[in-house]
Design a binder for this molecule. Structure first.
Ligand code: ZN
Length: 69
């Protein structure tokens, strides 16, 4: 069933040979930007936000729910 690999970023579009493993330059750049912001050393801008992202998106959802109550 490995007919056409999906873009590793959007996981919706088939991979383009030119931009492997992405479907387009847009996804390639978006993924690069995500790495630069999130996974590499960040100079103490958003430490809390990054912590939350790494421990799971659920926390963010819960915060929104609490705010609603
Ligand atoms: Zn894509």
């Amino acid at each position: 069933m490995a007919e056409t690999a999906k873009c590793v970023y959007c996981r919706a579009e088939p991979v383009s040979e030119r931009y492997r493993p992405f479907c387009s330059e847009r996804c390639k750049m978006a993924d690069l930007g995500r790495w630069l912001k999130g996974d590499y050393a960040v100079p103490a801008i958003d430490n809390r936000g990054i912590d939350k992202l790494e421990s799971g998106d659920l926390e963010i959802g819960q915060l929104e729910t609490e705010d609603d109550q």
